[in-house]
Ligand binder design. Sequence first.
Ligand code: CA
Length: 441
Amino acid sequence: MKKLNATHDPLRRSWVVSANQPCCDFPIQNLPLGVFSIDGEKRAGVAIGDKVVDLQQALHAGLLDGDAAVAVRASEGGKLNGLMALGNHYASALRAQLSDLLRSDSPRLLLARESEHLILRAMDDVVMELPCDIGDYTDFLTSLHHTERHGRFKGLKDPLPPAFKSLPVAYHGRASSIRASGAKVIRPNGQYKNSQGEVCFGPAPMLDFELELAAFVARGNPLSEPVAIREVQDYIFGYCLLNDWSAKSIQWWEQVLGPFLGKNFVSSISPWIVTTEALLPFRLPAPPRAAADPALLPYLSGDEDQAEGGIDIGLEAWISTSAQRSEQRPAVRITQTHLKNLYWTFGQMLTHHASNGCNLRAGDLIGSGTISGESNLTRACITELTNAGADPLPLGGGEFRLALEDGDEIILMARAAHAGAVSIGFGECRGRIFPARDWPV
Ligand code: CA
């Protein structure tokens, strides 16, 4: 059960002044991990305010020791897979030492400030990279409302798949086309059925975003050895935002065995991993199940997961169009939702994923599926926001959308907030759409 420690102390402040601003995504209670590049070299870092702690430099300056030093050595070479594979104890040791070093009343304040020019880099001066090698990527479908709406759009008699309430539904995605926030989103060419019902090939209409949260696997499980739900939190390293860009026109025509080319042209993630430990103050009970729902099978039912398998995270999607930018109009928020809109917990997703003995590996990514709720404001993709193209989405300034257009930029954001805790954010997941390549290339 929740074991909060000194790193969660809401009174703790940092000598990095920007970290103490009320709406800062990265206060000292967060300390998310990521990989940045500077002068062509990739390095592991931790976000604090508007700065990045260069972990290698902090180690070289003698500011980290013991298990925290082991953690930093495991992330040498600019990827976090080694640290993830060690298990969350080492990331926790690193967090404890960094929190102690960065707090305003640190006993090592003088030493830390002497090394400040070596260990702290301005976030604006670095480029964020993918945090690790993502060996495998699985995307779940755990919002009942998203699933039901799509079922209705497709004219299904029963919009919810029969298994939906018995197991967390998923498909195997494509890891090679995942990119960090800011990467270009080039409209895919593909095969689809046009409005006259003709099968054609070309730049895909009905391009969409999907607002999701994703978990990184910490230590994995060997092939044929499942993960018990009572231990599942040890297998989740942390979380990021995921935009599962979708060419719905391609997807709805091709989908027989599951999503394929409608999904794997690119997926975007926010580059900072908010750790499982940082999110401890924000745990919520698992989403309640209706009395008529099938009972949870024992392998998906754990006391701890039921008591605190949810997380108090609000998520938003914003759109910035070419016209908005040229007319200097601000971006517009189009979605405001909450993680509680998921029917399944991440613990249940991971346990189910490994339940047949499938081996998960450190750095694997597990997406939640589009986090739509019941109300109109919580619809977390354009297809839902427009009722599958029936109702244009107004963006102000006379602009409307039935689907995303070239030049549109989608910005995803999220914050964990809970009474008595300092709110923490995830940073941005941003992607702008560029025109399709000429065909043949
Ligand atoms: Ca998805």
